[in-house]
Design a protein. Structure first.
Length: 167
């Protein structure tokens, strides 16, 4: 079930998730090592740039073009929570900085990764001040995508955030 939610997973992340089961089902503690081995044998896998990746057997990648949507994702979203995988996928380090001293923050207090189509293009910090949504958006390449569809979809995502917050 876990691999179905989080796949594809680097081998280290798969091992980490299986090790966490010792807390959820402590009576399985002795069986976890063999369960991990069986999972690795059953799952589809490939080595890419020296990293072993795992996903459900028989699962195929979608061939459709990615949706023309912008999404601000929570720091613990299934796409985001595994920072190692995030960096391997998108080539930049995302860190949740709410517990980082303000002077050491790079992205902001509660930066939300910014997904455009099938790419993480930056992050957004969203807050409410005086009943108004305040946003600060940063981009990996220092500039937003130069596509008016992106600008329209970013505004649509901010409208969804306003509606969610009742603004």
């Amino acid at each position: 079930m876990v691999i179905g939610i989080y796949a594809p997973l680097p081998g280290r992340s798969l091992s980490f998730l299986v090790s966490r089961l010792q807390y959820a089902v402590p009576h399985w503690r002795r069986e976890l090592k063999s369960a991990l081995q069986r999972a690795r044998e059953r799952l589809s896998h490939a080595r890419v740039d020296g990293v072993d990746w795992y996903w459900p057997a028989g699962e195929r990648l979608p061939r459709d073009a990615p949706e023309q949507l912008v999404r601000l994702l929570a720091p613990f979203d299934p796409v985001v929570w595994d920072r190692r995988r995030f960096e391997l996928f998108w080539g930049w380090a995302y860190r949740f900085e709410a517990y980082t001293p303000p002077a050491k923050r790079k992205l902001g207090y509660y930066a939300l990764p910014l997904l455009w189509r099938d790419r993480m293009v930056g992050w957004g910090n969203v807050s409410v001040t005086g009943g108004q949504l305040r946003t600060e958006v940063g981009y990996v390449g220092a500039r937003p995508p130069q596509d008016r569809v992106f600008r329209r979809e970013l505004e649509a995502e901010l409208d969804r955030m306003r509606a969610f917050l009742g603004l």
